[in-house]
Design a protein around this ligand. Structure first.
Ligand SMILES: Nc1nc2c(c(=O)[nH]1)N[C@H]1C(S)=C(S)[C@@H](COP(=O)(O)O)O[C@H]1N2
Ligand SMILES: [Mo]
Length: 527
């Protein structure tokens, strides 16, 4: 009797249990590894370390695309993508293992080894950090073996064709397979939740931060002049609340740094190298100042800028203690997770308020903004200056060293370009015709803003009102009140001049390699 033809769908149906076995085993692998990793250092998490390696090895274009498309949700998107990729891979391994156990097991072992390499190459990793990955891989492999054993094995073509009927009356083997897989999946979920709970409970930094009181500044910030806030409904707050401050970094998991363990090494081309601890900072003469931070990835009109009152120790004084050698022209700052930024030495030693900051708007730095210590440098984009969780300052030369983003094609000097933005009304919104108030924000840190103009439709450019200036290091609000806006579609444009009287660049440029340029415009409908 000739075997009936086997449809593709029937083959896939026959593979489904093997795919399920692969996916469930992978879930157990990651759950065991992440739960174990919660008891080790931050590098021990295989998921986190693979994610970090993906970010690091991704072509710059891809990470830029991710930041510009998903903004601060880029990490979540990465994790979802990794989860899907892992599930697809695991399903394939399940099928392979069913047909050829040795081959399947070898692929799992190879992937486990690859993950261990990712773990061990993270900044601050120690050899023991590979243990959770090894443990998880072993348990995952064991589960895969167990589940595959419960399956009938690669079916001859006839069985495949007939298996259509088995789904109606489930045989005991199949029931046992599903029950086992279900139990394992349940255990994976429980361990996953436990992993989250354990790492949260073991996050010493969060608890220490909550108990930490900040010292009073030796030199408090100059009080904000009246009128820094544009008197227009919907204008953004002049001081950005910590919870609303944009966050950009390469850290997939916020580093947890215990201030008691924190140390900053200052070394390189200096006459004196030294280290300081957190207590030294608490006891030092701290200063406070308002500085607006901006990300180089900010698009024209974008929101990757925030203004805060920072408390910290002047980097100028720290560097004066080290006494840089004449040939030095750069400070390479490194974070606990290996991010680096290259900052011109001249900017850190001139009169501006470049700070080694410990406080943000009257609180210790939030964990995601660099707790316990970060850099804040007025006038430079964050990628060349604002290192969070900073632990090392090497005084060196631009000719000798590059940093995280500058070795990925971004400009090695990152002065902030003059920018202006319309915040009210929102692009694409509908407003009432008649008397209308427009408002927005302009910045050119460390040069200040001297003039803002707006243009409605094809009308003349007219001067907007400037809100009070807090300092040249902060953004400045503007507003413009118009008695009558006719019903219909309108366009509004804005442009600003910096404190040196230079008009912001009209020519549009994308963020890479040294910051976006172009005049912001919005469209709105009145009526
Ligand atoms: N450790 C570390 N510090 C970092 C970064 C990073 O990826 N890692 N990103 C920098 C960039 S690109 C910017 S724009 C600022 C953003 O600071 P914020 O997240 O506090 O707003 O942090 C800077 N400091
Ligand atoms: Mo940035």
């Amino acid at each position: 009797m000739a075997a009936p033809p086997v449809s593709k769908a029937a083959v896939v149906t026959a593979w489904m249990p093997a795919m399920l076995a692969g996916i469930v085993s992978a879930a157990v692998l990651f759950a065991v590894a992440e739960l174990a990793a919660a008891f080790f250092g931050p590098a021990a998490s295989p998921f986190g370390s693979v994610g970090a390696a993906v970010v690091e090895l991704s072509p710059t274009g891809l990470t830029e695309f991710a930041i510009s498309t998903f903004g601060t949700a880029d990490k979540l998107v990465l994790f979802i993508a990794m989860g899907i990729a892992a599930a697809v891979l695991a399903a394939g391994i399940g099928v392979l293992a069913l047909r050829n156990w040795t081959a399947g097991a070898l692929v799992v072992a190879a992937l486990g080894t690859g993950m261990a390499v990712c773990v061990l190459t993270r900044a601050g990793a120690v050899p023991a950090d590979a243990i959770p990955t090894a443990l998880g891989t072993a348990v995952g492999l064991f589960c895969l073996r167990w589940l595959i054993r419960l399956l009938p094995g690669p079916a001859p073509a006839t069985d495949v064709a007939e298996s259509g009927t088995t789904s109606q009356r489930m045989d005991p083997d199949r029931r046992r397979f599903l029950a086992t897989a279900g139990l394992m999946a349940g255990a994976a979920v429980v361990m996953g939740i436990a992993a989250g709970a354990v790492s949260a409970a073991r996050n010493g930094a969060r608890q220490v931060r909550e108990a930490l009181g900040l010292p009073a500044p030796a030199r408090p910030a100059k009080p904000l002049p009246k009128g820094v806030q544009a008197p227009v409904d919907g204008a953004i707050p002049f001081v950005t609340p910590n919870t609303e401050f944009y966050r950009i970094d390469t850290a997939l998991f916020v580093p947890s740094v215990d201030p008691a363990q924190w140390k900053l090494r200052v070394h390189g081309l200096v006459e004196e190298d030294f280290s300081i601890g957190f207590q030294d900072l608490l006891e030092a003469d701290l200063v406070e100042s308002y500085t607006t931070l901006t990300c180089v990835s900010n698009e024209v009109g974008g929101g990757l800028a925030g203004n805060a009152r920072w408390l910290g120790y002047p980097l100028r004084k720290l560097l004066a203690r080290a006494r840089p050698l004449p040939e030095a022209d750069m400070v390479l700052s490194t974070s606990v997770d290996g991010f680096t930024a290259s900052t011109p030495l001249a900017v850190l030693t001139d009169a501006r308020n470049a700070l080694l900051a410990i406080g943000m708007n009257g609180e210790p730095l939030p964990l995601e903004h660099g707790f316990p210590v970060r850099m804040v440098v007025p006038g430079l984009y964050g990628y060349v200056s604002a290192t969070k969780w900073v632990v090392d300052l090497e005084i060196t030369r631009f000719a000798d060293k590059t940093a995280y983003w500058t070795s990925r094609g971004w400009s090695d000097h990152g002065p902030i370009k003059t920018a202006s933005r319309i915040d009210v009304p929102r692009d694409g919104s509908r407003i009432a015709a008649g008397r209308t108030a427009f408002a927005g924000t302009a910045w050119a840190q460390h040069r200040g803003i001297s003039k803002v103009q707006v243009q409605l439709d094809d009308g003349d450019w007219v001067d907007a009102e400037l809100a009070a200036e807090a300092s040249v290091d902060t953004w400045r609000q503007w507003y413009w009140v118009l008695d009558g806006v006719s019903a219909g579609q309108h366009r509004l444009r804005v442009r600003a001049w910096d404190g040196d009287g230079t008009l912001q660049t009209e020519t549009p440029a994308p963020p890479a390699p040294d910051g976006a340029s172009g005049w912001h415009s919005i469209e709105f409908t009145a009526g």
